[in-house]
Every structure is written in C-alpha cells, then in structure tokens.
Design a binder for this molecule. Structure first.
Ligand code: ADP
Ligand code: NA
Length: 342
C-alpha cells in the first residue's frame, strides 16, 4: 500500500471530557501506536477555528498548551506524528482565503451546523433577528478553513465523527472543482475515516451529547477528574428502574451510554459488554463502569499533570511540529499559487 496521510484537528477550548477523549484524543493515540511507520500523522490544534467563539487572549494562550498536553497524555507520541498549532502555519489562513473565493455561498448555506446557528437566531422576534444579523462571517466560512486545513497536507484520511461528514463532503467538492477548473492535480481528494465510538451522552440527560458547553459539571467526566470525582459522577448518572443490564439505546439510553463508554475504552462490541454485566444490579454495574473508566483515565490524568508542569517541553514539541507542518503545507500552497497566477 502507498503511504497514507491522516489529518485531524481539535479546537483549544478548555479541558477535554470523556466524549472528546473517546471520540478524538484516544483515537489519535491509537493511530500513533498502530499505524505503520510510513503513515504520516498530522494533528492540529486549531486556534483559528477557536476564534469563531473567541475566548479572552490569555485563556486562548493557556488552552493551546493545555490542549497539547491532553493530546500527548492521551497516547499521541510527538515523535511519531506532527503536532502543531494551526496559526503557527500561515499557509492555513492564506489557502483559506483562496478557497473562500471559490466556495459557493449556496453550498455553504446548506451546512446543517450553520443552519442550526441560523435557526437559533431565526424567529419572528426582533431580538432574534438582531442576533441573526450579528452572526459572524467566520462562523459561516469555517468549513472552508477546515477544507484548507485538510487539503494543505495532501490528506488521504480524516478521522471525524458523523456530524463532520457534511463538511468533509464540502472539502472534497472544493478540491475537485479546483482540480477540474484548472485541469491540474494539485489537491488530493480526502476520504472520511468514521470514528468507531458512538457519541458519548450527558450523564444527566442521556439524550443530549456530553459537551463542554453544558452548564452542569456533573453531566461530564473530565480528563482532569480524580478517581473520587469520576466515581461520584458515575454513581449520579441517570439510568432507569428496569432490572438487569441490557444494551437498548432507544428505550434505555442511560444504561446504553455507560455501556458505550466501557465498549469504547475496552474496544469491545456493546453486546459483549452488556452480556458481562447482564445480571448485575445498577449499583454493581456503575461500580464496574467506574473501575474501567478510572483504570483508563488515571494514567492519562497523571501524564496530563506532569506535562502541564513542563511548558518548555510542550513549546518545543509545538515549535518542531510547526516547522515540519510548514514545510509540507508550503509545497501545496506554492502549487496552488502558481496555478492561479499569484
Ligand atoms: P464539545 O462539544 O464538548 O465542545 P468539540 O466540538 O470541541 O466538543 O469536539 C472536539 C472533538 O471531540 C471532536 O472530534 C468531536 O467529534 C469529539 N466529541 C465531542 N463531543 C463528543 C461526544 N459527546 N462523544 C464523542 N465524541 C465527541
Ligand atoms: Na462543539
């Protein structure tokens, strides 16, 4: 097989939760551990994307290092990949503008994430119409920046959750249009690598996804949580009053979510996990889930704390990563500029 390039990004927006860990960070760690050495792995801390909901400057600076520490603590080996901060590679912003001049307004308007932002703001009241007018251009154009991120590295595979599949389709569309219009082969057309773990849901409302933006901390397990905090949150998880443990996501979402968490950590089918726990009481089941989560997360938390105490090491990793990323990205950007006459 020809060598593959795999690209993925994460926004530096604060401490990751178990959903981020299972859906992204640990998946990156596994890619590092299991890919053949010829695979080029590129992981980007996408601070330009974070500007669409801008945090205070000092916080954003802190979040970037923190994000790098969490990525490495989750098993990503900086020696086996390129780990860097997006804004340290100016080619992202430069290619983004070029692609913005080709991306159709109509196509971007159909993105469901944008439409949901619009709908929040779209209703008859004057206040909401004002809110709609205040939506930022960056929020609308952000899938184009995503396209630039991916295309700069001649990416074959992009590990994403199902909510990002539509944006990846846009990336493919832009790449294909550029190549066709200029009769060149400048961009490789990337493919989706769907994240194997299902969405991890809120511990308090298992029909909503576990999210950083949920105001209730008890809804999520954080990478920084101690064993006691994890145990308390899982004890408090909403389940049901049905006897026995079965995997039925529709009728028993709370129990199914805890099974998904165990299945994701142990990389076992949900049915096998459910069978192991079948005859347990809810209390025994939650204790067993706690053991699995703590065994996985305790070393991650320890490593995260060590790395957080060593910002010089983090900065060095990110500096080397940015140099390598720039080298690769510049080759594509030069080709693009030559093609369009810049
Ligand atoms: P959040 O919604 O908590 O702000 P992000 O949107 O920053 O999370 O997502 C960062 C990464 O984590 C993405 O790859 C996303 O698919 C993944 N992710 C976020 N929430 C979950 C979840 N509840 N379950 C699985 N993966 C998730
Ligand atoms: Na989000």
């Amino acid at each position: 097989d020809a060598p593959q390039t795999i690209f993925s990004g994460i926004q530096p927006t604060g401490i990751a939760h178990l959903g981020n860990y299972l859906g992204a960070l640990s998946a990156w760690g596994r890619l590092c551990a299991r890919s053949p050495p010829s695979t080029r792995l590129i992981f980007s801390i996408v601070d330009l994307h974070a500007l669409t909901v801008p945090p205070p400057a000092d916080l954003l600076r802190e979040y970037k290092r923190q994000c790098a520490a969490m990525i490495i603590a989750s098993g990503v080996d900086p020696k086996k990949c390129v780990l860097y901060v997006q804004s340290a590679v100016p080619a992202h912003a430069e290619l983004c503008w070029i692609l913005t001049c080709m991306a159709e307004f109509g196509y971007l308007s159909r993105m469901t994430q944008w439409k949901s932002k619009l709908n929040i703001a779209d209703d008859a009241s004057t206040n909401n119409r004002e809110a709609q007018k205040n939506l930022k251009l960056g929020l609308f154009a952000y899938p184009v920046l995503q396209a630039a991120d991916i295309l700069l590295y001649q990416t074959n595979l992009v590990p994403v959750g199902d909510d990002q599949v539509q944006h990846l389709e846009l990336t493919r569309h832009i790449a294909d249009r550029f190549n066709a219009r200029h009769k060149v082969d400048v961009f490789r057309i990337p493919e989706v690598l769907l994240t194997p773990t299902p969405r991890i849901m809120s511990l308090k409302n298992p029909t909503k996804k576990m999210s950083k933006s949920d105001p209730t901390p008890a809804t999520r397990i954080m990478i920084s949580d101690t064993t006691d905090q994890i145990a308390k949150k899982i004890r408090g998880a909403v389940t049901d009053s049905i006897t026995g443990i079965t995997y039925e996501p529709v009728s028993r979402p709370g129990v199914a979510n805890l099974i998904d968490i165990v299945a994701g950590i142990l990389e076992q089918p949900q049915a096998d996990v459910a069978e192991q726990y079948a005859s347990m009481t809810h209390g025994e089941f939650k204790a067993a889930v706690t053991d699995v989560v703590c065994a996985e997360m305790a070393p991650v938390r320890r490593r995260f704390e060590e790395l957080s105490a060593d910002p010089e090491y983090i900065d060095l990793v990110l500096k080397k990563g940015a140099e390598k990323a720039s080298e690769i990205a510049q080759i594509t950007l030069d080709e693009v500029k030559k093609t369009i006459g810049l």
